[in-house]
Design a protein around this ligand. Structure first.
Ligand code: ASN
Length: 310
């Protein structure tokens, strides 16, 4: 993007409306979690010696300060788990930096800087947090329809409140039915958000808990938007026992050294069973408005592989 391109972006009514919806979405999500479910909002972590390794390759965004190395947060997963020592139910509006490969420039779904609402609950099961996420999504959509219906109308967006419970499909069923690119196809065919569950062990990171009664299957889930908007959220129950964490790290070809301070913390204090999820805010706003690209709903977008002066 060049300086001259900001004129078009900033003078369009769409970005103004998108930011209004964005602001409302944050309020409704926070209201729901705080007022109806007793969650505590914690501030985001921007730099840390530990962050999410993610299951797909991204370039490391490291900074060195005072001779110490930190990474910019890719997700607050480890901090969420550790925060369970202090609070039972937490969430944060967490800015994430993920230096995605350039090929992801035009997926319509990738920004290298975005915010997710990252939620975690102590001693919760996957079912508990799926239930919570459904209620959160339904509440937020209901409120958006109440408050921002004129904006949606302006862009011809017909958004409906999803029915609870959301449908579930296992990774195995989805792959068998639709082949390797099942997510895109399923999302295009669907008219309501749905869950992809039981993701195979090598498809996710070590922190998602392996089902003790079904080796190789994780107690995790992705939420997928309908109408081709793709992934909304990922989450699951967490591994919290060190012996299992070591095994999982080794299975992924990683080393405990890569997660040194997380492991040191776990050795010193232990980890507490929990489950949670994160919902990308810009993707949520894109879905609500039916926008073509997540870049269009961001005031200062940064897509993979491009330079943005502002
Ligand atoms: N927020 C996700 C979770 O809670 C992790 C992620 O964003 N990679 O599982």
């Amino acid at each position: 993007m060049e300086i001259k391109d900001y004129k078009e972006k900033f003078s369009s009514p769409f970005i103004k409306d998108a930011m209004k919806v964005h602001s409302d979405v944050r309020k409704f999500m926070a209201d729901f979690l705080k007022e109806q479910r007793d969650f505590v909002e914690i501030p985001p972590v921007i730099i840390s010696a530990i962050t999410d390794p993610l299951n797909h390759p991204t370039t490391k965004s490291q900074i060195e300060v005072y001779g110490y190395k930190y990474e910019l947060t890719k997700s607050m997963i480890f901090h969420k788990q550790i925060a369970m020592h202090v609070l039972d139910k937490i969430f944060a509006f967490s800015p994430n930096i993920r230096l995605e490969p350039t090929e992801r420039k035009n997926t319509g779904r990738h920004l290298i800087e975005f915010t997710q609402i990252d939620v975690e609950q102590k001693n919760a099961s996957r079912e508990d947090v799926m239930n919570l996420a459904e209620d959160l999504v339904i509440y937020t959509i209901e409120k958006v329809l109440e408050k921002d219906n004129d904006i949606l109308g302006k862009y011809g967006r017909k958004l409906k409140v999803p029915n609870k419970p959301f449908k579930k499909i296992t990774y195995k069923e989805a792959e068998a039915k639709y082949g390797p690119d099942f997510e895109t196809k399923l999302s295009k065919d669907a008219d309501e958000p749905f869950w992809l569950i039981d993701i195979p062990i090598m498809e996710r990171e070590f922190y998602d808990r392996e089902d003790p009664s079904r080796p190789g299957v994780l107690l995790d889930m992705d939420l997928i938007y309908p109408e081709g908007f793709g992934e909304a959220s990922s989450g699951g129950e967490r591994e919290y026992e060190l012996d299992r964490i070591y095994r999982r790290i080794a299975k992924k070809g990683q080393t405990p050294e890569q997660f040194k301070w997380y492991i040191e913390f776990a050795k010193a204090y232990g980890l507490i069973p929990s489950a949670g999820f994160g919902i990308g805010i810009e993707r949520f706003v894109r879905f609500v408005l039916g926008a073509k690209d997540v870049k269009d709903v961001a005031l200062f977008p940064k897509a993979p592989g491009e330079f943005y002066p502002i």
